[in-house]
Design a protein around this ligand. Structure first.
Ligand SMILES: Nc1nc2c(c(=O)[nH]1)N[C@H]1C(S)=C(S)[C@@H](COP(=O)(O)OP(=O)(O)OC[C@H]3O[C@@H](n4cnc5c(=O)[nH]c(N)nc54)[C@H](O)[C@@H]3O)O[C@H]1N2
Ligand SMILES: Nc1nc2c(c(=O)[nH]1)N[C@H]1C(S)=C(S)[C@@H](COP(=O)(O)OP(=O)(O)OC[C@H]3O[C@@H](n4cnc5c(=O)[nH]c(N)nc54)[C@H](O)[C@@H]3O)O[C@H]1N2
Ligand code: SF4
Ligand SMILES: [Mo]
Length: 748
């Protein structure tokens, strides 16, 4: 038998195989729940419709839909795509079941019961929009624009968000992707390099890939995962820092099961070794960085020996990592991560990651951090927008905040009335009950509102708190977002592309798109003259116009326009310019220091784990996106519950067996509403448990997802707000087990 090498294994392991979770599917959902989904007709009748853009997550892979007798029967990657190509992930494939979900929101509804315990009444669009206009206007008149808040997420929320921000004039806008996800990362890179970062690491051409808490393969963004696999296939060494034996850790050359929350100390120790041993890229640092002396001093506080103790990592491993990185520099991919709102001290951790890239000269080189390539497109601006009123901006308190206002500040204002009352809230594509830490506060905030509007495609936990609930078409049934990007080439010109979302099927049910809904509300609030476009097509065409494109042209190009890039991804020479105050990469930032923060990356220990408790870790699984996919029958069948990972030695001491059912109770005495199954494994640190995020939905309208698995959010009650950015740390929570009504402590 031929020897199976790692290389062969990786070649054979397609995207799907690479992403198989270590947990197991537990039981398949009851047969009788199968929906009416039997494609009729022959393959000859199948029409192939290009131009779809996936939104089962936010990566926006380009799609082709196969439609037979008006029914969508298959989704595939658009073969023309230079991004995801023909590949889409499990969630992308299962998008069909979102369109045909029996529990979808089908018409406008009014809550005639209580918030949180709703009684729904079907109403007409006219009545629904009248009510929204009237009640939002009443709050605006009484409390001013700051009396309204908005929680948008996703493509369709952009147009209404711009309306509330620039016409209504509210500063209270909080996007999940900024304040609960990657905003802190973006701001830390902005402060260091003068630009944000996305996940622009050239893993395909890297000699070493370095991941801190990015569990690629479970976290799946197709083109990104492909670039990672390509790198591994080409022989890149992989270093994974994760308290859990993740899918990535299973492929790693070095896996560091770090003590949760101590990554900054580890990074400082790695950099200290690079500096003290002269292993860093001196020419690059000299030409492009500022503040090296102060930075060096900050790193010197963390010699490997001290960090080893703090991080629970062997000292030799820290040195080995530093040397492996130095030997392969500059072609090393220091991954900036994506979900970065960890412990409320995150800005400094990401600054440390950004500085590590600079020390290794791994900037705009093959395998390193690269320039994002993306063609220019336009934007749609509401007419005669008002100047924002700086006096009412709570965000000022966090000088490095991402765009918008920290979620926590909005929630506090809504609860306390300070510094001003917030009395109406518009929620458009966020499930804030399940995605913002401290659920009790979110619910209190929602209950204290005079008016809550939710626009969604499914009933979810937050929609239970709406007064008016409006249904949108799914991403398969509408025009909207432009997806654009680029593809690097080591030997030819870089390429860039533009795709726009075009409907694959006509909308089912009595739904209306976000342009219609927003315009109609704007009219009813007296803002008709500000309306910039009349419909979705006009909206998208305006954005395409500066690129010399239109929907018609894109359709003729099978949904994607591809051209040579005007920008180069890789640098030419060593001297670069940066849009920071100093014009250099800021290893030490004077601006940070002037505003009272550590100017060079500094480590703050995470909140201490109470004795008897374990760190509650969470993360993605390949077959779900947060809560949004939980009711999807195909995806549910793949992984009906979120098994709780517990270390085998701990489990043995606690008398817990694989397959037992447990609840969790956290440091504040909050117990999970549902239980879940236990997965006993050596693949997690003794002082931590891991729970896949998104499960444990409570809305009774979700016939598939309700009460399946356990939600992490109800256990995330610690409020750890990052001092520089105002983003929410979500990981500083600790749990004990509850089995058969008895609380069981961890013997640590
Ligand atoms: N405890 C905990 N909290 C977390 C995380 C975690 O891992 N654990 N992850 C964090 C991260 S990284 C992120 S990015 C955020 C995500 O935060 P959210 O975006 O709030 O995530 P979802 O739970 O998917 O909720 C999305 C809502 O949008 C709805 N929706 C889906 N498609 C559409 C559409 O086309 N139109 C409209 N109007 N609505 C739509 C869904 O039905 C759902 O109600 O959560 C963050 N919060
Ligand atoms: N399948 C799928 N893929 C997705 C998404 C999805 O919903 N589903 N969502 C997308 C989005 S919006 C985001 S933000 C990303 C999120 O994906 P990632 O950025 O990879 O973040 P998480 O999913 O939260 O997983 C984090 C990993 O961090 C580890 N961890 C926990 N605490 C620590 C710690 O203190 N130190 C270190 N070093 N590691 C720690 C956990 O064990 C886990 O393995 O995924 C994206 N991709
Ligand atoms: S990664 Fe998967 S879910 Fe996300 S856009 Fe691509 S196909 Fe859709
Ligand atoms: Mo995210």
């Amino acid at each position: 038998m031929a020897e199976i090498t790692r290389r062969h294994f990786l070649q054979a392991a397609a995207l799907a195989a690479a992403s198989i979770p270590l947990s197991r599917a537990i039981k398949v959902y009851a047969e009788e729940k199968k929906p009416d989904f039997v494609p009729k007709g022959s393959f000859e009748d199948t029409q192939s419709i290009a131009g779809g853009v996936c939104e089962m997550c936010f990566w926006r892979c380009q799609l082709v839909g196969k439609v037979r007798n008006g029914r969508l029967v298959k989704l595939e990657g658009n073969p023309k795509s230079i991004d995801n190509g023909k590949a889409i992930c499990a969630r992308g494939n299962a998008g069909i079941m979102l369109a045909y979900d029996a529990n979808r929101l089908k018409y406008p509804m009014k809550n005639i019961g209580e918030r949180g315990n709703p009684k729904w009444q079907r109403i007409s669009w006219e009545e629904a929009l009248d009510e929204c206009g009237k009640r939002l206007k009443a709050v605006l008149d009484k409390y001013g624009p700051q009396g309204i808040s908005m929680f948008p997420h996703g493509a369709s929320a952009k147009y209404p968000m711009d309306f509330f921000e620039t016409v209504v004039g509210t500063p209270n806008i909080s996007e999940a992707s900024f304040f609960q996800c990657r905003g802190v990362r973006d701001q830390a890179y902005l402060t260091t390099y003068g630009h944000t970062c996305d996940e622009n690491v050239d893993m395909a051409n890297a000699k070493v890939i370095f991941l801190t808490g990015s569990h690629l393969g479970e976290n799946i963004h197709v083109s990104h995962t492909m670039s990672y696999l390509k790198g591994l296939e080409n022989g890149a060494k992989l270093i994974v820092i994760d308290p859990r034996f993740s899918a990535a850790a299973s492929k790693a050359d070095i896996w560091i099961p770090i003590r949760p929350g101590t990554d900054t100390a580890l990074l400082l120790a790695i950099m200290n070794h690079l500096i003290t041993k002269g292993l860093y890229d001196k020419a690059f640092v000299q030409a492009n960085c500022t503040g090296f002396e102060e930075f060096k001093k900050a790193c010197s506080l963390w010699p490997a020996k001290k960090a080893a103790k703090e991080c629970d990592v062997p000292e030799a491993q820290i040195i080995k990592i530093a040397e492996l990185l130095a030997q392969n520099a500059p072609n090393v991919a220091i991954h900036p991560g994506r979900f970065s709102s960890w412990y409320g001290n995150d800005f400094q951790r990401i600054r440390a990651l950004a500085c590590l890239t600079a020390l290794l000269g791994a900037y705009k080189v093959p395998g390193g951090f690269t320039n994002p390539i993306s063609p220019k497109t336009g934007s749609v601006k509401w007419k005669d927008a008002a100047e924002p009123d700086e006096k009412i901006n709570m965000a000022e308190k966090w000088p490095f905040h991402p765009p918008g206002t920290p979620t926590d500040a909005i929630r506090n204002a809504g609860i306390t009335g300070k510094p001003y009352p917030i009395k109406a809230t518009v929620i458009w594509g966020q499930n804030i009950v399940q995605t913002i830490p401290n659920q009790a506060m979110t619910i209190e905030f929602l209950k204290k509102q005079d008016f809550v509007l939710c626009v969604d495609v499914m009933p979810t936990d937050v929609t239970m708190y709406a007064d008016i609930l409006l249904p949108e078409p799914t991403y398969l049934e509408r025009y909207d977002v432009i997806k654009k990007g680029g593809k690097l080439s080591t030997n030819g010109p870089d390429k860039q592309y533009i795709a726009a979302r075009m409907p694959i099927i006509t909308p089912l049910h009595d739904v209306k798109d976000s342009i219609f809904i927003t315009n109609e509300i704007a009219k009813r609030m007296g803002f008709e003259r500000h309306i910039p476009v009349q419909n979705q097509e006009e909206y998208v065409n305006k954005i395409l116009e500066p690129a010399g494109l239109s929907l018609e042209k894109l359709r003729a190009e099978n949904g994607i326009h591809i051209e040579e890039s005007t920008k180069k991804a890789y640098r030419n020479g060593n001297e670069l310019e940066f849009e920071t105050p100093s014009g250099k990469i800021e290893l030490f930032s004077k601006e940070l220091a002037e505003k009272g923060f550590a100017g060079a990356p500094a480590y703050t220990p995470p909140p201490k784990r109470p004795a008897g408790y374990a760190h509650l870790l969470f993360g993605r699984v390949p077959v779900h996106s947060f809560t949004r996919t939980q009711n999807n029958l195909w995806l549910h069948n793949e992984m009906p519950e979120n098994a709780l990972w517990i270390n085998d030695k701990m489990a043995a001491k606690m008398g817990i067996k694989d397959g037992d059912r447990v609840k969790l109770v956290n440091q504040d005495g909050l117990t999970s509403a549902t239980d879940t199954v236990v997965l006993v494994t050596p693949g997690i640190k003794t002082d931590a448990v891991f729970l896949p995020h998104g499960y444990g939905m409570r809305n009774p309208m979700l016939e598939i997802a309700k009460d399946k698995g356990m939600d992490d959010q109800s256990l995330c009650s610690a409020n750890c707000v990052d001092p520089q950015t105002g983003t929410h740390g979500i990981r500083a929570n600790f749990v004990r087990l509850v089995k058969d009504g008895k609380t069981i402590s961890f013997p640590i």
